[in-house]
Each structure stands twice: as structure tokens, then as C-alpha cells.
Design a protein around this ligand. Structure first.
Ligand code: SDX
Length: 428
């Protein structure tokens, strides 16, 4: 697109190129702005600023569209599997049968983690939050695989790091959970698929036979697909900017885990359940909590509602809400907080405060209800988000490296003191 934007600054008109994406999104390329005007732009939270061009995920917040490499999230959630979607995000195409079987076999045969990781786990108090443990364990992979430290060394080594990470993170997540509850860690069972192996490592205990319920394994696989990528969200942007310094994949992902942990981001799924349990404990008066959410003097927010991009429905929330009904019915679980959640949604969708601000349920509003139903403890909810988002982080990191993007280094507007003379302590 040869169109240009015109900017008039101090009587001078400059032209800036307009960039158009394949879904007709438009951007003004300001890379020449400071050089030609001395001005920078400022946009706290990057609400209007694109950090990159990417071919991985497309979402349209107004229309509630989400696609991975052009495939709709609805199709992928219904017809694909998490490992197949991981392959699609990372390598750009859906795998054919031999490619998928080879990928699954490689992932399966990297699930074991070094025994010394148990020593690291022992260093954490048993009540440690699993997200802090997981971020540390992922970072520790740089010690067990020192050849991974230089991502410029070889594409094959980067690919091996990618497969090691996808394979080992369920094991590390399950070991972090077992450490939290003081149970012995379980080793991977390579006869099981990705989600079944994770569930068995999470819930099997010595001297008891554990059979994976396919309803639970399938529900988990769908949830991981729905969380797999979401373009330039907070944690993905963190992974990209850490990777832009040529830090290793493991170091970049460990940083992304920490960013996801925040309650405004991936930590919201834990906060939603804690909020719903609080409302239930307080008598279930949803109207009281709706009023609190609208009260500017009250720090309470309706967790699981609102989104930086979706200003209509979050397509993932729609799918998860239906899956929650299905899974709870199949498992014969009657969870009263599901009814509280539905009650909140009904009221919020009619309330002018929420309607005017375009606040709808997001991916985190219903996901915790399924996790509870399948036995995942609340403290592990954001770890589940991490397992889902991992292929997306990897794909975005890989794209940034392959596109040879420069180190991320934003500018600022300085608002501090002007030059002043140093005073000795006796002068102050
Ligand atoms: C995820 O970016 C991604 O893609 C993220 C994610 C992914 O897949 O990676 O989708 C995952 O992080 C989902 C979001 C999970 N977070 C929550 O559910 C936490 C609750 N929601 C919010 O805190 C908030 O909605 C954000 C953080 C999600 C979005 O914040 P924005 O875009 O910065 O919007 P804002 O805070 O400026 O809010 C705009 C207005 C404000 O009111 P006014 O000042 O205009 O009067 O809406 C209000 C806010 O006070 N508002 C809420 C609210 N969310 C926004 N009021 C009550 N309850 C809420 N949940």
C-alpha cells in the first residue's frame, strides 16, 4: 500500500508510510519520526501501538474473531488436538500424518526431567506458589542444557530446545504441584498422550491405580488449545522483548511465566474462582458485588470481565462456557459457583456500566470452573494457562528471531529534575 499519513508539526508537514496487514488492519509506520522531527510518540500500555508484524495469530476484538495461522479457534477447538495446534503455531502449517506422529514421538521421549530438579524443588517451601516454582524450573533448564544458552548457534539446537520445553513443562508443572502438597513426584508415562500423561502425573498416588477419565483428558486438551496463543498480549510481549536481547528460549519463557502470573493477565483465572467463592461465602448476593465493581472508590473488579482487545464477546469464553456445562454434566458435578458466575454474567451484560465500557466475560471467567470440576486446585490454574500458552510464546519468540527483529528498547518522556548543582551534606 503506497498511501501515506501526513503529520504537521511546528508548521512542517511530514509524510509517514501506512502499513496494511492481510486482514486490512492499518498502521502508521513511525520508524522515521524521531529522526525527521525530534518527536517520539507516547502510549502507556501500548493501547494504540503495534510492536511488530506477525503471521501467527489474528484476532478482531470488535467481531470476536480469533484464528491461529488462519484457522478459526472454533474449528481448532472442535477438530484438532493441542499438540497438532502447537505444531501449527510453531511451524506455520498443520502437520500431515507422518509429521504429527514424529512430533508426538519426539515430545513423548523428552518428558523426563533431570533428577537434580528434585534438589531445586526441595529448596522451595511446600506452600510455594506453583507459578514461582515453574518459572524457576524453566530457567534452570539453561543449567542442564548449557548449549541452549546461545540461540544463534544452530537452528537444530533451537528446535531441540522447543521440543524439550513442550515435553518437560507438564512434568515440571506436575512436580511443582506435588511439591506444594508434599506428595512424591510421579514420572511421565510414555504410553499416554500429552494430557493423559499430565493428569496421571498430577493425580496418581503410590499404591493406588489411576485411570485417566477420557472426558477430563479431552476437556483439558480443548482448554489448552483455547489458551495456545493470543498475539501480542502482556506475557507474549515479555517473551519477545526478553528474546530480542538474544537471551535463550528458556530464559525468555521463564520471563513470560512471570508476566502471565499477574491477576490482570493469566492470574485472573485464579482470581475469578477466589472472587466467586468469596461471593458464595458472603451469601451469593451478586448485585452487591456488581455495585462494588462499579464503585470507583472500591478496588474490587469483576475478575474475568473486560479485555484490552475484545470489545465484544471473547470467542474463547463462549466455547469454554459451553464446555463447562458439558463437562460438569458428564462428570455429574453440580458446582454452585457456576450458577453464581452465570448470574453475574446475566446482570453484567444488561448493566449500563459494563455495556458502555464493553466489558464481557473473557477467557478466564469460566475456565476455572472446568479446572475445579476436573480436580485441578486453584493454585494451579495459572500453571494450566502456562501449559496452554507455551506453544504460542515459542512461536512468537521463533518468529521474532527469524525476522531478525532489533532489541526492544522503548523511548520515554523525561519528567524529572532539570540540571542542578550537587550540594554537600552540610549544605542540604
Ligand atoms: C487475559 O491481552 C490478552 O490477550 C490477554 C489474554 C490472553 O489470552 O493473553 O486474553 C488473557 O489476560 C484476559 C484478561 C484477564 N484479566 C481479568 O479478567 C482482570 C479483570 N479485567 C481487567 O482488569 C481489565 O478489563 C483488563 C486488564 C483485562 C483490561 O484493562 P484495560 O484494557 O487497560 O481497560 P481499563 O482498565 O482501562 O478499563 C476501562 C474501564 C475502566 O473504567 P473507567 O476508568 O473508564 O471508568 O473499564 C473498567 C475500568 O475501571 N473496567 C472494569 C473491569 N475491567 C475494566 N470495571 C470493573 N470490573 C472489571 N473487570
Amino acid at each position: 500500500m503506497s498511501e501515506k499519513a501526513q503529520l504537521i508539526i511546528e508548521g512542517k508537514t511530514i509524510e509517514l508510510p501506512i502499513v496494511m496487514g492481510t486482514e486490512n488492519e492499518k498502521a502508521i509506520d513511525i520508524s522515521s519520526l524521531r529522526g525527521s522531527t525530534g518527536y517520539i510518540t507516547i502510549d502507556p500500555g501500548y493501547k494504540n501501538t503495534g510492536a511488530t508484524s506477525s503471521a501467527i495469530t489474528f484476532l478482531d476484538g470488535e467481531k470476536g474473531i480469533l484464528r491461529y495461522r488462519g484457522y478459526s479457534i472454533e474449528d481448532l477447538a472442535e477438530k484438532s488436538s493441542f499438540l497438532e495446534v502447537s505444531y501449527l503455531l510453531i511451524y506455520g502449517e498443520l502437520p500431515n500424518k507422518p509429521e504429527l506422529e514424529a512430533f508426538q514421538k519426539e515430545i513423548t521421549h523428552h518428558t523426563l526431567i533431570h533428577e537434580d530438579i528434585k534438589n531445586i524443588l526441595e529448596g522451595f517451601p511446600s506452600n510455594s506458589h506453583p507459578m514461582g516454582v515453574l518459572s524457576s524450573l524453566v530457567s534452570s533448564l539453561t543449567a542442564f542444557y548449557p548449549e541452549s544458552l546461545d540461540p544463534n548457534r544452530s537452528a537444530d539446537e533451537v528446535d531441540l530446545s522447543i521440543k524439550r520445553l513442550l515435553a518437560k513443562i507438564p512434568t515440571m508443572a506436575a512436580w511443582a504441584f506435588k511439591n506444594e502438597i508434599g506428595h512424591p513426584a510421579n514420572y511421565p508415562d510414555n504410553a499416554l498422550n500429552y494430557c493423559s500423561n499430565f493428569l496421571k502425573m498430577m493425580f496418581s498416588v503410590p499404591s493406588e491405580k489411576y485411570d485417566v477419565d477420557p472426558v477430563i483428558a479431552n476437556a483439558l486438551d480443548k482448554l489448552l488449545i483455547l489458551h495456545a496463543d493470543h498475539e501480542q498480549n502482556c506475557s507474549t510481549s515479555t517473551v519477545r522483548i526478553v528474546g530480542s536481547s538474544h537471551a535463550s528460549l528458556y530464559a525468555s519463557i521463564a520471563a513470560g511465566i512471570s508476566a502471565l502470573w499477574g491477576p490482570l493477565h493469566g492470574g485472573a483465572n485464579q482470581s475469578v474462582i477466589e472472587m466467586l467463592e468469596g461471593i458464595q461465602a458472603d451469601g451469593g448476593d451478586v448485585k452487591k458485588y456488581m455495585d462494588k465493581a462499579k464503585d470507583k472508590n472500591d478496588s474490587f473488579r469483576l475478575m474475568g470481565f473486560g479485555h484490552r482487545v475484545y470489545k465484544n464477546f471473547d470467542p474463547r469464553a463462549t466455547i469454554i462456557k459451553k464446555a463447562a456445562d458439558d463437562v460438569l454434566e458428564k462428570l455429574g458435578v453440580n458446582d454452585p459457583i457456576l450458577e453464581i458466575a452465570k448470574g453475574l454474567e446475566v446482570i453484567a451484560l444488561k448493566d449500563p456500566y459494563f455495556v458502555e465500557r464493553k466489558l464481557y466475560p473473557n477467557v478466564d471467567f469460566y475456565s476455572g470452573i472446568i479446572y475445579r470440576a476436573i480436580g485441578i486446585p486453584t493454585s494451579m490454574f495459572t500453571v494450566m494457562f502456562t501449559l496452554g500458552r507455551l506453544p504460542g510464546w515459542i512461536a512468537q519468540w521463533k518468529e521474532m528471531r527469524e525476522n531478525k527483529e532489533p532489541i526492544g528498547r522503548p523511548r520515554q518522556v523525561y519528567t524529572g529534575n532539570n540540571l542542578r548543582r550537587f550540594k554537600t551534606v552540610s549544605e542540604r
